[in-house]
Write a protein that binds this ligand. Structure first.
Ligand SMILES: Cc1cc2nc3c(=O)[nH]c(=O)nc-3n(C[C@H](O)[C@H](O)[C@H](O)COP(=O)(O)OP(=O)(O)OC[C@H]3O[C@@H](n4cnc5c(N)ncnc54)[C@H](O)[C@@H]3O)c2cc1C
Length: 385
């Protein structure tokens, strides 16, 4: 089944208008974002004004109230022009959704209206020097001391950490790990840009230094120990859903660019599109794209319905879409030849970003570990029925 068979007419219209919006406004400009390693303020402000930063929040608190499918289609469309732009909506949304689902009334009231309107930008600071896939050894500490609660540690690779106003920080406390919300203005918080990354070059990554930062106890989310088991997996599930769709969008762009180039480019008296090896590359890409989109749509619908299988569906979508993109992005450069090595045509960006997408929000290897018990459980249930 193709995407058009799996989406409603309304969803397809929403997708077409987002793709047009992204391509008309940013397809050319985004080349400069990559070169300059920055997403310009006017683009972020425009997204905020259009409500796109609150896309995943309900209308009652000022969001757009998009469904998971509509949200996925937004990531799909944005990642065609810039995975960094799609990542902005993603990380901001991970914080917003965490506060929406697990925050207290006070946390929701104080934080969500600003996040929905994009008046403040939010970022997620989980990874540390010695804790990436395995978060059990987080060293950032939240400690009770005379005078209150204080946070000390160093976070790495915070997407849009250069720009964010609010950080969702994972820390170890006496009774287990916690997530807390910390303002950029907090004394002791300092950010340092991380530049010259392989991919997501416009995503404003930062290292976040926390030196005895005072933390308002009312801005610690959930019970101690709850973070590792529930809150972080919940936030990451949203991140994985986004990255799966981003990979599908980038794969869609790869197919379009390859097909167009193969028809235009002549070699040995024929167009590339008539050569069997090129046909194989484009066919595999196209079929994998259809499969990736199918898995993404199924994951989005499972999240929307709150199905127990949603976690497995999201893991499968992220696993498949990122692996497919990682396999096909180099092939896209190959089909375009030397032209593919130029920045302006888009496939060089896909090539770089494809590797990053296979690492963030759970690496391919970590997802295999996480999927294995789900697959075993499903097999046991099938045997029992
Ligand atoms: C562009 C970019 C943006 C990012 N944004 C953020 C952000 O906003 N916030 C944030 O907190 N972090 C962010 N990160 C960090 C990212 O989440 C981590 O890089 C990721 O979780 C992997 O952790 P790691 O890099 O420490 O790799 P490691 O965990 O050290 O893994 C290294 C390699 O070993 C493999 N591996 C690890 N464990 C196993 C295992 N059990 N079995 C088999 N193989 C294994 C991994 O798959 C990987 O290939 C970002 C990273 C990048 C590159």
């Amino acid at each position: 089944m193709q995407m058009q068979d799996l989406l409603t007419a309304e969803e397809l219209r929403h997708h077409r208008s987002l793709v047009k919006l992204a391509e008309d406004n940013w397809a050319v400009k985004s080349v400069h974002w990559e070169r300059d390693q920055v997403l310009p303020d006017d683009v972020i402000d425009w997204c905020a004004r259009e409500g796109l930063l609150g896309a995943m929040l309900p209308r009652e608190i000022g969001g757009l109230g998009l469904t998971f499918v509509e949200l996925g289609l937004l990531y799909e469309a944005f990642s065609r022009v810039s995975a960094s732009l799609a990542s902005l909506v993603n990380v901001h949304g991970m914080v917003a959704r965490t506060v929406l689902k697990w925050g207290t009334e006070k946390q929701r009231g104080r934080v969500l209206p600003d996040l929905a309107a994009g008046r403040r930008l939010a970022a997620v600071s989980i990874t540390e020097h010695s804790s990436g896939s395995d978060l059990s050894g987080i060293e950032t500490r939240l400690e009770h001391r005379p005078g209150g609660l204080f946070l000390t540690g160093t976070k790495l690779y915070t997407t849009f950490g250069q720009r964010a106003d609010l950080f969702l920080i994972l820390a170890a406390a006496a009774d287990g790990q916690v997530l807390c919300l910390v303002d950029r203005e907090t004394p002791g918080l300092r950010t340092e840009p991380i530049t010259d990354l392989l991919g997501l070059r416009a995503a404003g990554l930062a290292r976040v230094e926390l030196r005895d930062c005072p933390v308002d106890p009312e801005f610690v989310i959930g019970r101690p120990g709850f973070a590792q088991m529930v809150l972080v997996p919940h936030a990451l599930e949203h991140g994985r859903h986004a990255v799966a769709w981003m990979a599908a969008g980038m794969l869609a762009l790869a197919v379009e660019l390859c097909a167009a180039w193969a028809h235009r480019r002549q070699a040995f008296g024929r167009s590339l599109a008539d050569l069997g090896q090129v046909q194989s590359i484009i066919t595999e890409m196209t079929v994998d794209l259809a499969a990736a989109r199918g898995l993404c749509i199924s994951a989005s619908r499972a999240l929307e319905a709150g199905e127990p299988e949603a976690t497995r569906s999201v893991l499968m979508a992220k696993y498949f879409a990122c692996r497919a993109l990682e396999r096909h992005a180099p092939q896209a450069v190959q089909v375009l030849g030397a032209f593919g090595c130029l920045e302006d045509n888009g496939v060089a960006r896909l090539y770089r970003d494809s590797k990053v997408l296979a690492i963030i929000e759970g690496s391919t290897q970590l997802l295999e570990r996480l999927l294995a018990p789900h697959i075993a459980q499903a097999a046991a249930a099938a045997r029992a029925s």
